[in-house]
Design a protein around this ligand. Structure first.
Ligand SMILES: CC(C)(COP(=O)(O)OP(=O)(O)OC[C@H]1O[C@@H](n2cnc3c(N)ncnc32)[C@H](O)[C@@H]1OP(=O)(O)O)[C@@H](O)C(=O)NCCC(=O)NCCS
Length: 168
């Protein structure tokens, strides 16, 4: 854990992110947030990059990197994608240990080359190495690309998230 882990097919590499990667990851993160704005109305904030949001993103990314819970995919040395993984919040002692993979992002120019596939497979490995016996993912219902990705990787739908606005 914590080292460069996988060389998929050259020149694609996937490894656990380190602080030297921070700047490239933060840039990708804002592209991810911008991209996902249309899928979750809460993301359609007036000022995405307000100082408060910048601070929150920084704290989140630093904590994921410090915990070794972020992967970075590089294509010829340049960031091509990222994902995170973390234990779910289930409080009971149970034989099934569930971790969640999230924030899967591949740069638009690099898509449909198997990069997300490599990230998720390596994320599964990282979760397993940390004790997970199951991985879960959450996908917006309108995100056809992500649904296609996860179904191609053998994920089944195990729950639905329902929502109702209280301030119509
Ligand atoms: C979803 C996303 C991560 C896929 O990344 P990717 O590197 O292009 O995915 P892969 O090349 O590994 O694709 C593997 C398979 O997933 C499916 N898939 C990927 N993109 C798809 C799309 N746009 N439409 C339908 N199926 C798709 C296909 O079955 C594909 O296999 P194929 O290329 O042989 O047909 C990428 O489109 C992305 O970053 N989207 C924006 C962020 C996002 O939505 N992240 C998911 C959050 S839950």
């Amino acid at each position: 854990m914590g080292d460069t882990l996988v060389t998929t097919s050259e020149p694609l590499t996937v490894s656990v992110a380190v602080f030297d990667d921070y700047s490239a990851i933060e840039s990708a993160w804002w592209r991810l947030l911008h991209d996902q704005q249309g899928l979750d109305f809460r993301g359609s904030v007036v000022e995405l990059k307000s100082q408060m949001n910048i601070d929150r993103v920084q704290r989140f990314l630093e904590s994921r990197i410090r915990q070794g819970r972020m992967l970075i995919a590089r294509l010829e040395g340049e960031l091509a994608g990222i994902c995170t993984y973390s234990p779910d919040g289930f409080i009971l002692d149970a034989p099934t240990q569930v971790w969640e993979i999230a924030d899967v992002w591949v740069e638009p120019h690099a898509r449909r080359n198997g990069i997300a596939t490599a990230l998720v497979r390596q994320g599964e490995h990282e979760c397993k190495m940390r004790g997970a016996t199951q991985v879960r993912l959450t996908v917006y219902a309108l995100n056809d690309a992500a649904l296609g990705l996860y179904q191609s990787l053998g994920y089944d739908i195990s729950s639905y998230t329902l929502s109702r606005n209280l301030n119509p």
